[in-house]
Design a protein around this ligand. Structure first.
Ligand code: SAM
Length: 410
């Protein structure tokens, strides 16, 4: 694999930023190599969507409020959805090549210098948090391949307004990093674990070691993350038989195991539609073997704070939980509360919407005494937010131009 940093012309490299201010008149971004696709035609408002005034929100942002009326939530989109959850991709690189996620010979065009620095992440996430983001997840690519991941976590958690910081990882480096990440303020971790059989795990990840990941799981529990969630993407011919063993883990360990429906991308065409397994099928299988899955009390430690679409259950008397993430069989766009920041500083409004909105160019090294102009960044975020689409088109098999979740952090 060629290393892009050794071949990229000097002119496209960004200076390492030290202390940031924000330009009030954003110039055309220098070094932005990926043209932004033209704006999509305006989304028709769908009749199935309640008007903003009719929608009740399950989220209550804790913005400062004067008087009795609740403060308006600045990050409210054209459909009345309040955005409180941000997923931050810190890299698109990964040390595994899961069959449903990346091609075996995947090559990554970008290197660490193309990705936001810890200071830049702090500045952009800071703007989003001032506007109402409350929960942040660091993801990738594989976030733990970044050498400065602990610093990134520390800076994000220190931002006033961040109530909860989570991390998604494949776990390969977690045994080493669990404690420093916990000390940096990461509250909870999701670990991808598609099989508990060493050979199947190796076959799915094409290069991973189950033992290393399991040491990461144990290190996460020992470090005190709460909850620790294990995510398994199910494939009918590769790991369906792992369902029972994964569910068994929840009986006597405080683990939350979640089954994710494989979402179509250009990288997993070879698996579609034969290997897709609906969560309904998995739930039936679990109940036939273990008995009824009971709705999980949201105060249960394994549930964690609700940030997303997982339907959570538990078996009677179990310490842990079982969840299902069902982007295809049961869409959850109407309750979407999330935004995504790509590793190169673009806002992505929907997992399966092609358009991204560059924000990095609004950041420049700060000059002492000069007004930092952060309002311009906030204004740009509020402006583009109104383009968040009503729903993604996945159920119709349209995954836009998405090659892999590694581009956006799933
Ligand atoms: N490397 C980290 C990890 O393994 O969790 C974070 C990035 S990874 C893209 C995030 C999650 O997306 C993982 O649980 C992975 O299994 C899942 N994922 C990747 N491609 C997927 C797909 N096509 N459909 C459903 N889930 C997918």
């Amino acid at each position: 694999m060629s290393h892009p940093e050794t071949t990229r012309p000097e002119t496209t490299r960004r200076p390492i930023s030290r202390g940031l201010r924000i330009l009030s008149e954003p110039p055309r971004p220098e070094g932005l190599r990926q043209p932004t696709p033209p704006a999509p035609p305006p989304q028709p408002q769908r009749s199935t969507w309640p008007a903003r005034s009719e929608r009740s929100s399950s989220v209550s942002p804790s913005l400062p409020s004067a008087g009795l009326a609740p403060a308006p939530h600045p990050l409210t989109d054209a459909f009345g959805r309040q955005l409180t959850y941000l997923r931050v991709s810190v890299t698109d690189r990964c040390n595994l090549r899961c069959t449903y996620c990346l091609p075996e010979d995947a090559d990554f065009p970008f290197g660490d210098r193309d990705f936001l620095s810890p200071e830049e992440i702090e500045a952009i996430v800071g703007a989003l948090v001032r506007l109402g983001i409350r929960r942040v997840r660091l993801t990738g690519g594989e976030p733990l391949v970044r050498k400065d991941i602990v610093e990134i976590a520390r800076r994000v958690k220190a931002l006033p307004g961040v109530e909860n910081l989570a991390l998604s990882t494949n776990g390969t480096e977690l045994a080493r990093l669990a404690e420093p990440l916990r000390a940096a303020g990461v509250d909870r971790v999701n670990i991808s674990l598609d099989s508990l059989d060493a050979e199947r795990f190796r076959a799915i990840t094409r290069r991973g070691s189950l033992e290393a990941v399991w040491q990461g799981v144990e290190a996460a529990l020992a470090a005190g993350f709460s909850p620790v969630k294990l995510n398994a993407v199910l494939l009918s011919r590769q790991n369906l038989e792992d369902v029972d063993r994964l569910v068994e883990l929840t009986l006597d360990r405080p683990l939350s195991v979640r089954f994710i429906e494989m979402m179509p991308t250009a990288s997993n065409r070879h698996l579609q539609p034969d290997e897709y397994v609906s969560s309904d099928v998995v739930k039936q299988r679990i109940e036939a073997r273990f008995g009824k899955l009971l709705p999980l009390d949201p105060r249960h430690a394994a549930a964690g704070p609700r940030t997303g679409p997982a339907a959570a259950y538990q078996l009677a008397g179990a310490q842990g939980a079982v969840g299902f993430i069902t982007p295809l069989s049961h869409t959850f766009c109407a309750d979407c509360n999330r935004l995504r920041l790509t590793a190169r500083g673009e806002l992505r409004l929907c997992l399966f919407a092609d358009r991204v909105y560059p924000l990095r160019h609004l950041l420049v090294p700060s000059v002492p005494g000069v007004e930092d102009g952060r309002e311009a960044l906030e204004a740009e975020i509020l402006r583009v937010l109104q383009e968040k689409p009503a729903e993604h088109m996945l159920a119709r098999g349209d995954y836009g131009n998405l090659v892999s979740f590694m581009e956006i952090g799933g």
